[in-house]
Ligand binder design. Structure first.
Ligand code: ATP
Length: 461
């Protein structure tokens, strides 16, 4: 049943223009998606709300928009060239590739080997044999295998030649441009401590496993904050950001009862991290990472200082003490926000499908209809109402005069539009319109003069 929820959401997303399989008319490109008119609205809403909440409304966080292409030395200093690795095994029969850390019963070790109970078999569930060499078999029956290593960064070349000097990478995370601009932001703004730098942007990963709709894609957007702190405060700050992440997820409409935190153990933690906690969402197939929170110590600033020769230190204004700030990093995926909120919004009722988005996330805020499309005076007043609402309401307003009014309501319910405004014959007499509420389906009459304020108030509550 839960699997069919995902299938229903995928079908609705395509049918109603939220998102489409990437490069579809050429047979597609695995793990890529294009966002349609409604998908781009929701994504923009997510990014706009996040920016407002974590940058514009705070004194202590500064914004940044760094490059996707960065000097290759940055990835050497950050450890990505050596350590941004996935470990994969391939099936001899079906030739599917699997990430070892995603296979149940396999335990990836820090040295790049993996332990698995009994003999390793293909995770597809078929009786296939994996193409791996077992180089040790323990007495308790555990096998030790050496999976293939694979660097997840996309490569490209800068300039006319494709030699090793021209090699560059598409960024696999937005964080590094924040670290390399640390001094620039400090010099320009003299922030007091603690403070953060935030960035929203595309990241690229050469993912080797097949995707789960938009859960794991080759290119995606991240919303990241590097929050610079004194070492002794890290546990406190970590806890604050854990709460901030949870509050944000609930604010965009994700069901709190489907969220949980999961601590990474020593084996699982990334090369830079001293503590990592994932905020996981209960997808139809089980709990999976939605966001990550990592305590990166002073790994990044001290390594960039070593490699670049530029000391990325912070000077305490009172004590004149210079030190490498430590960092707590909350990392939010835009698409990993979108998928849970689509799943939670979807409701199949007796007569209709309704997406119960919270109003600030809904892709269309208000739809305006003339009761009948062939009555010029109704259409003219509806157009005028639509134009006025476009001026006063932030977000997409739709005009629709196709089909009958009932179909138009259902069509808007299916894309989660919170309010529909209908201009009818009474409107011509007393300058009132009906406003229909998506969730209750109840209508009330409002005078056109008060309509904008009424809707703005409803949309923000
Ligand atoms: P996973 O274990 O699922 O590969 P990760 O632990 O490598 O993810 P992070 O490096 O912590 O992910 O990335 C930070 C955030 O970026 C994730 O919490 C997620 O929201 C998002 N993200 C990472 N990889 C992808 C991807 N391939 N597609 C979509 N979003 C992603």
């Amino acid at each position: 049943m839960e699997e069919s929820l995902l299938n229903n959401v995928i079908a609705l997303c395509k049918r109603r223009g939220f998102m489409f399989a990437g490069s579809e008319i050429y047979g597609g490109l695995a793990n890529t998606y294009d966002f349609g008119p409604l998908g781009v609205e929701i994504k923009n809403n997510i990014k706009k709300l996040w920016w407002k909440r974590f940058v514009q409304k705070r004194k202590d966080i500064f914004g940044l928009d760094g490059g996707i292409l960065l000097n290759r030395k940055i990835w050497e200093a950050s450890g990505h060239t050596a350590s941004f690795l996935d470990y994969l095994v391939e099936c001899k029969t079906c030739h599917k590739r699997f990430r070892v850390d995603h296979i149940e019963g396999f335990q990836l070790q820090k040295d790049g080997t993996a332990e698995c109970q009994s003999l390793p078999s293909c995770p597809s569930g078929e009786k296939h044999t994996l193409n791996v060499e077992i180089f040790q078999k323990k007495e308790d029956g555990t096998s030790i295998i050496k999976p293939r290593r694979f660097n997840g960064m996309f490569r490209t070349y800068i300039g006319a030649t494709e030699d090793s000097d021209a090699l560059a990478y598409l960024r696999p995370e937005t964080a590094q441009a924040i670290f390399t601009n640390f001094k620039n932001v400090v010099n320009a703004f003299s922030p007091s401590f603690p403070f953060g730098i935030a960035q929203i942007g595309k990241a690229f990963r050469n993912e080797i496993t097949t995707g789960y709709f938009i859960f794991r894609t080759l290119e995606f957007e991240q919303m990241e904050i590097e929050y610079f702190i004194k070492k002794e405060n890290w546990e406190n700050v970590f806890k604050i950001w854990q709460d901030e992440m949870m509050d944000w997820a609930v604010f965009v409409g994700i069901d709190k009862s489907k969220l949980r935190f999961r601590e990474h153990d020593e084996q699982e933690r990334s090369h830079y991290s001293k503590r990592t906690v994932d905020l996981e969402y209960q997808f139809p197939t089980g709990f999976k990472e939605m966001y990550g929170l990592a305590y990166r110590g002073d790994f990044d600033l001290s390594n960039h200082s070593k490699h670049s020769g530029v000391a990325l230190l912070f000077k305490d204004k009172e004590t004149n003490e210079e030190f490498f700030p430590h960092v707590v990093e909350p990392s939010f995926g835009v698409e990993r926000t979108l998928l849970p909120l689509l799943l939670d919004a979807y409701a199949q009722e007796e007569k209709r499908i309704v997406m119960r988005f919270v109003p600030h996330i809904a892709p269309v805020k208000v739809a305006v209809f003339p009761l009948l499309a062939n009555k010029d005076d109704l259409v003219a007043l509806a157009h005028q109402t639509y134009e006025n609402l476009k001026k006063s309401i932030d977000g997409l307003i739709m005009f629709d005069d196709r089909g009958n009014i009932g179909k138009r309501y259902f069509s808007q319910d299916e894309i989660g539009t919170p309010f529909c405004v209908t201009v009818d014959f009474q409107s011509l007499e007393d300058n009132t319109v009906t406003v229909r509420d998506r969730d209750t389906t109840k209508q009330e009459r409002i005078s056109i003069g008060k309509l904008s304020d009424f809707l703005i108030n409803k949309l923000s509550s």
